[in-house]
Design a binder for this molecule. Structure first.
Ligand SMILES: [Cu+2]
Length: 127
């Protein structure tokens, strides 16, 4: 019965491998990831991109842009509305910034001259 025992072991190992694969695939992640502006990236008139999406604290926003043309500045509500960042506002400028959302309102603008006024700004509410 050596042959039978061996194939039973093989089936068990295979089954275990399948279970481990399924676990690896279905394991909860540490928050969703979104590309701001989708294929268009972080650019003018991106202001409506968050509409209809629901975000959670810890989700990551990926800002993709040409760093010689744009930046990303995390501002407060007044900074968002006025397009003037508060002093000490965090500036991101790598061209590929990954920013995790805080619970509540998160505001981002581009501070290159005139860009925010062209709706290069987003307000994202994270639950
Ligand atoms: Cu810009």
């Amino acid at each position: 019965m050596g042959q039978g025992r061996s194939s039973a072991t093989q089936v068990m190992v295979l089954g275990l491998a399948i279970i481990m694969c399924v676990l690896a695939i279905t394991q909860p992640t540490f928050g969703a990831s979104y590309t701001v502006g989708d294929a268009g990236g972080w650019t003018f008139h991106v202001v409506n991109w968050p509409n209809g999406k629901s975000f959670k604290a810890g989700d990551a926003l990926a800002f993709n842009y040409d760093r010689s043309l744009h930046n990303v500045v995390a501002v407060d509500e007044a900074g968002y509305t006025s397009c003037n960042p508060q002093s000490g506002a965090k500036v991101y400028q790598t061209g590929k910034d990954i920013i995790k959302l805080n619970k509540g309102a998160n505001y981002f603008i581009c501070t290159f001259r005139g860009h925010c006024q062209l709706d290069m700004k987003i307000a994202v509410n994270a639950a």
